[in-house]
Design a protein around this ligand. Structure first.
Ligand code: NAD
Ligand code: UDP
Length: 319
């Protein structure tokens, strides 16, 4: 049986990956210290004899007994609010954590997949961003703990590939949304949905003209799984090229929530990227992958999940 270890497996993306790989018949060891993830994200998987949850900080020695065919390194704070709060932890999980995860892959003869990010392109001067673009990152700016941790992690991954013979892959993930995002993680979509559902002001940063291209989680996971079982080294962009301004995203969320919440303009964070859109030619040509879920549909599914969560919380409070 195929067996994988997923660091950060109790997070938003990690939990969807655990679920998908279990459904594919894979045995999954999920390693997480719950610094930004939640045990509840994988609670429903605990009944499977092919699933194991290990509470461990991957910046410490990473030991997984038994055979491992692939190591997926997804552990890292990922939202700006989280990595501003945890700057040193973010740099350590990108450096020491990546080193340990690569060491595990090497010891087991496993394929290694690094969850990198579109933030590797910083505030891009090339649009859309192909993998060949080197980026425009401020190494000492407020986002540097995340951007540079991921750029270092990519470099370490390539060093292990070239000098230690580890079969590696790098995925550059663009903004992804869906069920199991935390309402308080500060990212635009969960924030806007929570605000719209509560009828509170929807906080748009700056004038909202900055853009992001958002991908529904199921599409992203499909692209990641295809890259995992390929022999492509990457980096490979995975994301949905459908680009939207943040103001239009806020308006769309409000409409889909059936809300009349006002839009409130707040100061724009320093070094907030102005545009972002993946060039997914490589993923399309080499993995046969393209995203399928339209933004209205993906947002509607996400809003439904958030609504169910708030109804459930209300019922728990009333009980
Ligand atoms: P998340 O915060 O929900 O998940 C990250 C998980 O890593 C959490 O469960 C957290 O507890 C765990 N973790 C962090 N540090 C750890 C440590 N030292 N030891 C063990 N576990 C640790 O974030 P996410 O959105 O699911 O992101 C997952 C990965 O994908 C991250 O590496 C992130 O950088 C990358 N990524 C995500 C997006 C996105 O849009 N969600 C975009 C680009 C890249
Ligand atoms: N943003 C916003 N209001 C919020 C949270 C975020 O307008 O309440 C903006 C943010 O400044 C950025 C965009 O939405 O321009 C996407 O932010 P997010 O944190 O979701 O992702 P990232 O900046 O990491 O791409």
């Amino acid at each position: 049986m195929t067996r994988v270890a997923i660091t950060g497996g109790a997070g938003f993306l990690g939990s969807h990956l655990c679920e998908r790989l279990l459904a594919d018949g894979v045995e999954v060891v999920c390693v997480d210290n719950f610094v930004t993830g939640r045990p509840e994200n994988v609670e429903h998987l605990l009944a499977s004899p092919r699933f194991r949850l290990v509470n461990r900080d991957v910046t410490e020695y990473l030991h997984v007994p038994g055979p491992v065919d692939a190591v997926l390194h997804f552990a890292s704070p990922a939202s700006p609010v989280d990595y501003y709060r945890l700057p040193v932890e973010t740099l350590l999980v990108g450096s020491a954590g990546t080193h340990n995860a690569l060491g595990l892959a090497r010891a087991k003869g496993a394929r290694f997949l690094l969850a990198s990010t579109s933030e590797a392109y910083g505030d891009p001067k090339v649009h859309p961003q192909p993998e060949s673009y080197w980026g425009n990152v401020n190494p000492v700016g407020p986002r540097s703990m995340y951007d540079e941790a991921k750029r270092y992690a990519e470099a370490l991954t390539m060093a292990y590939r070239n000098s230690r013979g580890v079969d590696t892959g790098i995925v550059r993930i663009f903004n992804t949304y869906g069920p199991r995002m935390r309402a308080d993680d500060g990212r635009a979509i969960p924030t806007f949905i929570s605000q719209a559902l509560r009828g509170e002001g929807i906080t748009v940063a700056g004038d909202g003209s900055q853009t992001r291209s958002v991908c529904y989680v199921d599409d992203l996971i499909e692209g990641i799984v295809r890259l995992l079982w390929s022999d492509l080294p990457g980096p490979v962009n995975i994301g949905n090229p459908h680009e939207l301004s943040i103001l239009d995203t806020a308006r769309l969320v409000r409409r889909l929530c059936g809300s009349d919440a006002p839009i409130t303009f707040i100061p724009r964070p320093v070094d907030d990227p102005t545009v972002r859109q993946p060039d997914i030619t490589l993923a399309h040509q080499r993995l046969g992958w393209t995203p399928k879920v339209a933004v209205d549909d993906g947002l509607a599914r996400t809003i439904e999940w958030f609504s169910d969560q708030s109804v459930g919380a209300g019922q728990r409070r009333a009980a």
